[in-house]
Design a protein around this ligand. Structure first.
Ligand code: ADP
Ligand code: MG
Length: 394
């Protein structure tokens, strides 16, 4: 499609691209809205191809800034284009294989994060199936995920979905609105060696409609009550998570299980990192509101600093605790940086493009999550086989 511009490296959907990046960074530019059209707002972005975005700076004498990414979605790109070319399909394929994967949207309020993930306001809440061209990446990903599963009749799959919101460092279960009064705790699990949310409602999803129902229910709950405030939605993060357990028979005697996961994260508006320091908020709010967003930024900065990679501060916020396994060890991450095309958004756009460039430098090597016992049995079994073959040749 002419509206999707891929850099020469592009993003493939294969699993075996050995040196493929474990973070894929794409940029989506939203179209002008009616108001911007009416007031004749000036557009400041150009897309010359090769994954580049050129941004005029407005400072006289200063050259335009050039940024480059894996893929750039121009304003005319469709929701289907984002599914096809963002690399999210690779994440879903990897989740099925046992990796922890995260797709997150980053950008200022009004830049199209929620639109990209779920669609225009209210669309999902009104009902999902059959879905329309306006439906976003999450719904399309669910459809693709079920397609993948149906292609693997030799495996047994168990899908479990959850949907939460982080506001002011409090975790609220979007599938159980009562939890707003009593926020949930994030704990460490020794067994799975990852963080989890205690008492979070998880839904077994045997069918595609079950996943749709989770999305709808969570989005509806997010849209009611205190949540309806505009300020709230720009300050909170949502995390929709689908765990994919796969049981496969290694041979007649052994079944082994992999535990993959796909997270979809709609982040708070990126302008909030600065507003955190503004006056008129309680100290707790000022410290907390965008703690998760700031710590995510620190983690990305640390992870991307290949040379002197120090301590990664995952433990410093709720969001980074919950994303730690996909950002580092086991995972693959897709960052969709959302930007607005106009001059009045220039400084936030530059901030987002810089953040995205930094994220692009992250290098990590993903590993499959298997039950320790299964992994051990399987490796012992392979060893025995190898010895037997060796013996036969002696
Ligand atoms: P954010 O979640 O980043 O605050 P939204 O997703 O709510 O921003 O987008 C703001 C408005 O712009 C919404 O009305 C949304 O439908 C519209 N919009 C955003 N991106 C697009 C797009 N790619 N195509 C059409 N409309 C869009
Ligand atoms: Mg939003």
């Amino acid at each position: 499609a002419g509206s999707v511009d891929r850099s020469t490296r592009g993003s493939s959907t294969t699993l075996n691209g050995g040196d493929e990046d474990n973070i894929n960074v794409v940029v989506r530019i939203r179209p002008l809205n009616e108001k911007e059209k009416a007031t004749g707002e000036r557009e400041i972005l150009e897309f010359p191809g090769k994954g580049q975005v050129i941004c005029q700076t407005m400072t006289p004498g200063q050259k335009p800034k050039v940024f480059s990414y894996n893929v750039v979605f121009e304003p005319a790109a469709t929701q289907e284009d984002v599914l096809e070319y963002s690399g999210v399909k690779r994440l879903l394929e990897m989740a099925v294989e046992g990796f922890s994967c995260t797709a997150f949207c980053y950008g200022q309020t009004g830049s199209g994060k929620t639109h990209t993930l779920t669609g225009p306001p209210g669309l999902v809440e009104r009902g999902t199936s059959p879905y329309s061209p306006e439906h976003g990446l999450v719904v399309r990903s669910f459809v693709y995920l079920f397609q993948l599963i149906q292609e693997r009749p030799e495996c047994h799959f168990i899908l479990k979905a959850s949907f939460l919101e982080i506001y002011n460092e409090k975790v609220i279960d979007l599938l159980n609105p009562g939890s707003a009064r009593k926020p949930l705790q994030v704990r460490w699990s020794k067994e799975s060696r990852s963080f989890y949310v205690e008492n979070l409602f998880t839904v077994d999803c045997e069918q595609l409609d079950d996943l749709f129902a989770v999305l709808e229910e969570g989005m509806r709950n997010r849209a009611v009550g205190a949540h309806a405030m505009n300020a709230h939605s720009s300050r909170s993060h949502t995390l929709l998570s689908v765990r994919v357990r796969r049981d496969l028979r290694a041979d007649a005697a052994i079944t082994c299980s992999t535990h993959g996961k796909i997270n979809f994260v709609d982040l708070a508006g990126s302008e909030m990192t600065k507003k955190t320091n503004s006056t008129g908020k309680t100290l707790e709010e000022a410290n907390n509101i965008n703690r998760s967003l700031m710590v995510l930024g620190y983690c990305i900065a640390q992870l991307s600093d290949g040379k002197k990679r120090g301590h990664i501060p995952y433990r410093d916020s709720k969001l980074t605790k919950l994303l730690a396994d996909s950002l580092a060890g086991n995972g693959v991450t897709l960052m969709i940086a959302c930007i607005a095309p106009t001059r009045s958004n220039l400084s936030e756009t530059i901030n987002t493009l810089r953040y995205a460039s930094r994220a692009k430098k992250i290098k990590s090597k993903p590993i499959v999550k298997m039950d320790a016992r299964d992994a051990l049995i399987l490796s012992l079994k392979r060893e025995v086989e190898a010895l037997q073959t060796e013996n036969e040749h002696l």
